[in-house]
Design a protein. Structure first.
Length: 113
């Protein structure tokens, strides 16, 4: 496993999802990790970042709704998404920050009524 995201799905506006990403130790250890989302072929952006010691930052569009956490013992990073909006619909990936060239498996999040 290098980067494997999971937990996406279809949810109604206002709902919640929790994404998980298992990473290889060589990518995870001592690196900031982030969740990125892609809405089109050329639009992939960082929405949340967490440093190796747990300091988190968020894109303005998700502040107050998303939280990011990491389990250093499991090489796993999580994204808790609350109060989801249709504009959160995207393919979500995790990667280190700045990202590796290899993106691994993402997970689709669809917010729709």
């Amino acid at each position: 496993v290098q980067l494997q995201a999971s937990g996406g799905g279809l949810v109604q506006p206002g709902g919640s999802l929790r994404l998980s990403c298992a990473a290889s130790g060589s990518i995870f250890m001592n690196n900031a990790m982030g969740w990125y989302r892609q809405v089109s072929e050329n639009q992939r952006g960082l929405v949340a970042k967490i440093t190796s010691n747990g300091i988190a930052n968020f894109a303005d569009s998700v502040k107050g709704r998303f939280t990011i956490s990491r389990d250093n013992a499991k090489n796993t990073v999580y994204l808790q998404m609350n109060d989801l909006k249709p504009e959160d619909t995207a393919f979500y990936y995790c990667n280190k920050v700045p990202p590796n060239p290899f993106w691994g498996q993402g997970t689709q999040v669809t917010v729709s009524s």
